[in-house]
Design a protein around this ligand. Structure first.
Ligand SMILES: O=P(O)(O)OC[C@H]1O[C@H](OP(=O)(O)OP(=O)(O)O)[C@H](O)[C@@H]1O
Ligand SMILES: Nc1ncnc2[nH]cnc12
Length: 179
């Protein structure tokens, strides 16, 4: 095995998971490697040197792992966006489209104050449906999204273009061609 030098070298691809025809980009191998995980957190933070954030918002589930470490480095608070029915307090919700059907994500309605500066973090940007729903939740609470940071972009699925059309600043550490 050649020495791993880039983020992409740490990401494992599982063919036909969870469905036939999907190349699943598995970040657990990146997270499990001490050098890889540190590199990912450092690179997610890189464009935001000197920027002050109030909150990091992480998208369930792998966005929690990245977002927690990023929030610690930024001395910011961490706020989870969860799938419907998981958060215990009062929430606001957004529906979004999945490949088949719909899903709902939620945020506590007091998790972000109006005017707070927010960094949105997730492991992977595909269609952008999840991130768009997360952005809408933060903006409904009056938060100001300064950036959206991902480890992986799947450009063929159009998520980056979708978020950029919403005037979002999108930062991804690597891209994979193919679904
Ligand atoms: O850009 P999109 O097309 O919305 O897809 C990206 C989302 O899909 C994956 O999460 P998934 O919905 O599989 O949930 P999980 O992390 O809880 O497994 C990934 O971690 C992103 O959150
Ligand atoms: N190819 C893929 N790998 C991992 N997570 C995904 N979410 C959507 N598409 C994915």
């Amino acid at each position: 095995m050649p020495r791993k030098t880039e983020i992409k070298d740490y990401i494992r691809t599982i063919v036909d998971f969870p469905h036939e025809g999907i190349m699943f980009r598995d970040v657990t191998t990146l997270f499990a490697d001490p050098r890889g995980f540190r590199m990912a957190i450092d690179q997610l933070l890189h464009p935001y040197a000197g920027v002050r954030f109030d909150k990091v918002v992480g998208l369930e589930a792998r966005g929690f792992i990245l977002g927690g470490a990023v929030a610690h480095q930024l001395s910011a608070g961490f706020v989870p966006i969860r799938k419907k029915g998981k958060l215990p307090g009062a929430v606001i919700s957004e529906e979004y489209q999945l490949e088949y059907g719909e899903a709902v994500v939620e945020i506590h309605d007091d998790a972000i104050e109006a005017g707070e500066k927010v960094l949105l973090v997730d492991d992977l940007l595909a269609t952008g449906g999840t991130a768009e729903a997360g952005i809408k939740l933060v903006e409904r609470l009056g938060g100001q999204i300064i950036g959206c940071a991902f480890v992986i972009d799947l450009p063929e699925l159009g998520g980056r273009k979708r978020l950029e059309a919403m005037d979002m600043d999108v930062h991804a550490l690597c891209a994979f061609e193919g679904l």
